[in-house]
Design a protein around this ligand. Structure first.
Ligand SMILES: Nc1ncnc2c1ncn2[C@@H]1O[C@H](COP(=O)(O)OP(=O)(O)OP(=O)(O)O)[C@@H](O)[C@H]1O
Ligand SMILES: [Mg+2]
Length: 314
């Protein structure tokens, strides 16, 4: 068992329903399931389901923040939430389990003060001693968080702790522009693509470029790989990248060989895509799909489209 500290600045009290929505009508459901949301919390949930100790740092305020803390505890994570005057944002997600397709309604963020940001950094600093890996997931709740990810990367560096970052837009741009870049980044094709081409992704020693059900490109100091996920019937792919990252962390911290790490990560993303709920996959579901993941070495020196195929990695 390892100890992972997840950081979710833009926490979310989500509400998930299994329903094909009819717009302009009353949509009645038997149950609306409150869920702890935000990308770092998705990662944490999957790691907790693998038996790891997960310390879940984030901002949380108001009744929605209190509920978020209860949900984290109920899912075997240790909440380390920094109180905010503003309430935690709220969202709704309707997943059509029959036809597929997901509709989300989300508040974008919530106000965070300079003092609250300082408190979060201090909280992380104080919690790092027993931590094996830090994972920062998702966006920031407020423009006042400018510089937060860069500061957190510096804090992790000085404490000698590896820090992975899965974000996008200005927050990711800052993380990539700092003195201590993330040890690993996992953009999807859109986050990595045209509009974000100016981002310094190459500064990360390790990069995983995912693309839904399509081929994954991986660049690591020890090699490059192309990974083909297993084919599944997609129900709800939201959170598949978070599941990929969590499963990769589990596989690495458990000492698996690199190709097995990649198999396990790609299978976890696929297992999530095949379900209606988000990041509620079980280790046995991942293991069953991992056998169907194809891992090949690549000669390409970055994650741009490859021209040549290699043989399977060791
Ligand atoms: N339809 C699918 N079929 C098979 N595997 C999938 C599918 N969708 C996602 N995956 C798996 O999950 C991984 C991550 O998916 P994706 O690229 O959609 O992540 P993402 O956009 O970062 O997701 P999110 O940010 O919502 O967590 C893929 O590399 C793949 O292994
Ligand atoms: Mg993602």
């Amino acid at each position: 068992m390892s100890t992972i500290l997840t950081i979710t600045a833009n926490t979310l009290l989500d509400h998930v329903v299994d329903l094909g929505l009819t717009l302009g009508a009353v949509n009645r459901v038997a149950r609306i399931e409150p869920t702890a949301g935000g990308k770092g919390l998705n990662v944490g949930r999957v790691l907790a389901r693998h038996g790891h100790r997960v310390i879940a740092v984030g901002f949380a305020g108001g009744p929605s923040g209190d509920q978020l803390a209860d949900l984290e505890s109920a899912e075997d994570m240790e909440p380390a939430l920094v109180p905010t005057a503003a309430r935690t944002r709220i969202g709704f997600m309707a997943v059509d389990g029959q036809q597929g397709g997901t509709t989300t309604i989300l508040e974008g963020g919530f106000a965070v003060t300079a003092a609250e940001i300082g408190a979060l950094v201090q909280r992380v600093r104080g919690l790092l001693a027993p931590v094996d890996l830090v994972i920062i997931g998702g966006s920031v709740p407020d423009a006042s968080c400018r510089g937060l990810y860069r500061t957190l990367l510096d804090v992790c560096h000085h404490a000698g702790k590896p820090c992975w970052v899965d974000s996008y837009g200005p927050a990711m741009e800052e993380a990539l522009d700092g003195i201590h870049p993330p040890g690993l980044a996992k953009p999807n094709r859109q986050e990595y693509g045209e509009k974000a081409a100016h981002l310094r992704w190459q500064i990360c020693p390790e990069l995983h470029l995912t693309d839904g059900g399509k081929e994954i490109r991986v660049r690591h100091p020890k090699g490059r790989w192309r990974v083909t996920p297993p084919t599944v019937k997609e129900v709800n792919p939201i959170g598949s990248g978070d599941c990929y990252l969590a499963a990769l962390a589990h596989a690495r911290l458990s000492g698996m060989a690199m190709t097995d790490q990649l198999r396990y990560a790609a299978a976890a993303g696929a297992a999530n895509a095949a379900r209606a709920d988000v990041a509620r996959i079980a280790p046995h579901e991942i293991a069953a799909l991992a056998e169907r993941v194809l891992v090949e070495t690549s000669e390409e020196d970055d994650v741009k489209p490859a021209r040549r195929r290699g043989s399977e990695g060791k």
